[in-house]
Design a protein around this ligand. Sequence first.
Ligand code: B12
Length: 260
Amino acid sequence: MIDYSKVDFSKILTRYDVKTQVVETPESAAEKMLPDDPLMRAVAECVLFKKVKDIAPAMMAAMGKYAAADVINGGLVPGIDAVGKLYADHVYYLPDMMVAAKVMEVGIKLAEKSMGGARETKADVIMHAAEGDPHDIGKNIAAAMMKAAGYNVIDLGRDVPVTVAVDKVKEIKPLFISGTALMTTTMSAFPAEAKLIKEAGLNIPLMGCGGAVNREYATSYELGIHSDKANHTAPIAQKLLEGYDWKRINEEWDSIVGGA
Ligand code: B12
């Protein structure tokens, strides 16, 4: 009989994947990913540590010093980015993401209230999250910024069927329609929508956005334009108002969003 108690298994087999694995914790992610500014950090920590009750006072304090849009980008977004990292590292699970998303929702609503909207609207724009996609945080941020920039945002919500989005485009004939996709399984909604819009004889641009979509993909089909960050949208919309079509937006994209 072999006596296994005397065997040193570490000399026989080394699990290099385990040995080299960096074990992330919410605290270590906070050190690496959250902002240093105390007001912004307090906002980001509410998201990362899922403190739903604390987000309102943290937002109000930060918005006392910084513009609401800056608090979104400098506080809320780094918080959810850290949540995304912890989920990818299997430290956080779906329920953690759900609570963190709730904190984001409350924060974005407060920021939106503070940003307000213009009295006269410049144009109608349609926004939605792609069919099958429940991720709408980025869309909500972009919608708040577009409202503040003076556009009438028709927000179709999330998991919007392709045909519902296209029917709304036919009905409203907006300046553009934007779509958000964070999942590789949902981004194919955009070329499908663009094709139907084109078939309806409309030349209305479809702005493909969200973490799953890059510029190359979003401009790989007719009518497709791209916006990488929520604050890129207003300068692009301004050019559309000036008469640019989707092709010209793509040709001059770098200079259009360069200053944003
Ligand atoms: C929060 C979150 C959730 C929340 C979403 C809540 C909500 N209301 O949105 C909940 C908990 C519901 C969720 C669920 C799931 N999620 Co999730 N989720 C995330 C997480 C952590 C953050 C996403 C986010 O909001 N980021 C912050 C925002 C600000 O970023 P954003 O949307 O990209 O927006 C920016 C830009 O893209 C742009 N933008 C976006 N939209 C628009 C629109 C316009 C007009 C403009 C101009 C710009 C713009 O502007 C923003 C910045 O300025 C990501 C991780 C990650 N790294 O992204 C995973 C992530 C997206 N989820 C993922 C997955 C797999 C899921 C689930 C399938 C998990 C599961 N096992 O069930 C489910 C979905 C199930 C289903 N089909 O219903 C994967 C997707 C992988 C893939 N490539 O397909 C990710 C990447 C996590 C991972 N690493 O695996 N999730």
